[in-house]
Design a protein around this ligand. Structure first.
Ligand code: FAD
Length: 484
């Protein structure tokens, strides 16, 4: 029987990132993936937002993505551009990069970390008991894990088998996305009309990328070339002689979220936990960030340095983030509708987003840079992302993110060494004395008071802020990294 501490179902972006995080923490993890290869059929995500690039930078792999994509101001709200070039981050932009490439690069990293991927294998169910989970596979070969994570996409079998409610809203619009050839030169670009949005783009290989809204929702079965032709004619009055599709898929604005991200030893992440319309380009990004929030916590529980209750913070921190994405996506879907009243609303929004404060507020949200986990009252850094400062240390100047490459927690002390013995956590927390004389600035919030010390979790969020004393430090270390 194949046995692993953690089995991840689904090797999409979320499953790959989670497996990488667990492997970095030294956990025996394996992925079970239905697809025979990493190839993504059809068009899906087109890029990464700033916070996701930062998260990859925290592991030292951002350059692999940046070198393959196109840096641009990709953040937007219902296609209204949001420039983040004035945000205080090294990555004050987004990255245009196809999901196929994102998955290929992540799979390469996971391969370096020697995570086994059982490809061409399908999970059909599971049974959990007090010590683990029996994973049922279509080929009936036995597999067992201490924890099972469903990263198996929007139609998640794991979510359904766990009986987790997927509450939300039925679709109100339906769209087709396809890669095709056209006999005639089409009318390139994006547009909106009475039916909805449509766009025609020339792909690198000379083919045409089509995205068209359909008149009706609730189509049964897989989309056909006939459906695509009909939708093109409805928007453009012609189908431009569309032929030879390499892919045609359908997506909707169905908006749903798992009521619970965990049932005992079974956990959900990524699209398995939340689905929404692609406008705003959030799905893959929040899936990868779910994985980074969950990875170190699950590793600590598996290694028995933390109690299982640490996993409750995965739900309490990540559920609100996705709920907010669902809400802003529904708002964007409304703004993409048609009619003169919605046009007037769009113009008003465009004017509003031309002003600094509304732009920063919304751009902070869309880029993921404003995420604030509720870790209680205190310094504004508490529960927010640690900025990637250049810190002077005895070993020379280091970037904060480089201290996080191994996915360890970091205690960064800027003041006088206080002489607290944190040796009970020495194998979990890297203590560094450093100096930083510059300003402390956070996206959206602006300048904040310089802290005397910070405890940074492996996911890059600040768990404790020191005022020159060690008040609360031992408690924070115990909460996040287990008792001494
Ligand atoms: C048209 C479109 C455009 C999009 N654009 C963007 C964008 O610009 N930015 C963005 O962030 N997001 C975008 N998204 C969303 C993005 O594609 C998803 O959010 C992302 O793929 C979710 O990743 P995941 O790993 O959670 O799930 P998935 O990518 O769905 O991966 C799930 C994996 O699980 C495997 N699997 C499923 N069931 C089983 C099983 N029973 N056994 C074994 N394996 C199984 C599947 O084969 C798959 O590999 C877009 C989506 C669409 C449809």
């Amino acid at each position: 029987m194949a046995e692993h501490a953690v089995v991840v179902v689904g090797g999409g972006p979320t499953g790959l990132m989670l497996a990488g995080e667990l492997a970095l923490a030294g956990v025996d993890v394996a992925i079970v993936e239905r697809r025979a290869s990493q190839e993504v059929v059809g068009s899906r995500a087109g890029g990464l937002h700033s916070r996701t690039i930062e998260v990859l930078d925290q592991r030292g792999i951002a350059d692999r993505f940046l070198s393959q994509g196109k840096v641009a101001q990709v953040a937007g709200f219902a296609w209204i551009r949001l420039d983040i070039s004035d945000f205080p981050t090294r990555h004050n932009y987004g990255l245009g990069l196809r999901q196929n490439d994102i998955e290929r690069i992540l799979a390469g990293w996971v391969d370096e970390l020697e995570v086994p991927i059982y490809r061409d294998r399908e999970v059909t169910g599971f049974a959990q008991d007090d010590t683990g989970v029996d994973v049922e596979l279509a080929d009936h070969r036995p597999m067992r894990a201490q924890y099972l994570v469903g990263c198996d996409g929007g139609r998640s079998l794991i979510r359904k088998a766990a009986g987790i409610e997927f509450a939300g809203w039925d679709p109100s619009t339906s769209s087709l996305i396809a890669q095709v050839e056209m006999a005639e030169e089409p009318n390139w670009g994006m547009g909106r009309d009475a039916i909805g949005v449509h766009s025609l783009a020339r792909l690198e290989d000379g083919r045409v990328g089509v995205m068209v809204s359909e008149r009706d929702v609730g189509h049964p079965g897989d989309p056909t070339l006939g459906d695509l032709s009909k939708a093109l004619i409805a928007h453009y009055g012609t189908d431009y002689g569309v032929h030879s599709p390499t892919s045609i898929s359908r997506f909707t604005d169905m908006t749903r979220q798992a009521a619970s991200y965990r049932v005992r030893r079974v956990i959900l992440a990524g699209d398995a936990a939340h689905v929404h319309y692609p406008v705003g380009g959030q799905g893959l990004n929040i899936g990868v960030q779910d994985a980074v929030n969950l990875g170190w916590k699950l590793a600590a529980v598996v290694k028995e340095t933390s109690p299982e209750s640490l996993l409750d913070t995965y739900h309490s921190e990540r559920h609100p983030v996705a709920a907010r994405v669902l809400r802003t996506t529904m708002a964007q879907t409304a703004l993409l509708g048609s009619g003169e009243r919605i046009d007037a609303l769009r113009e008003t929004m465009t004017e509003l987003l031309g002003m600094d404060e509304p732009r920063k507020w919304l751009a902070g949200m869309m880029s993921g840079l404003d995420i604030h986990y509720d870790l209680g009252a205190g310094h504004p850094l508490l529960g927010r992302r640690m900025p990637d400062l250049d810190v002077a240390t005895a070993a020379g100047t280091v970037r904060v993110f480089s201290l996080l490459h191994d996915a360890h927690a970091v205690l960064l002390n800027f003041g006088k060494p206080w002489g607290l013995d944190i040796s009970p956590w020495a194998n979990r927390v890297l203590a560094v004395d450093g100096k930083y004389a510059g300003a402390w600035e956070l996206p959206v919030l602006g300048q904040v008071a310089a802290p005397a010390a910070v405890l940074i979790r492996p996911d890059g969020y600040v768990a404790w802020v020191g005022d020159g004393t060690d008040t609360g430090l031992r408690e924070a270390l115990t909460t996040w990294f287990g008792s001494s």
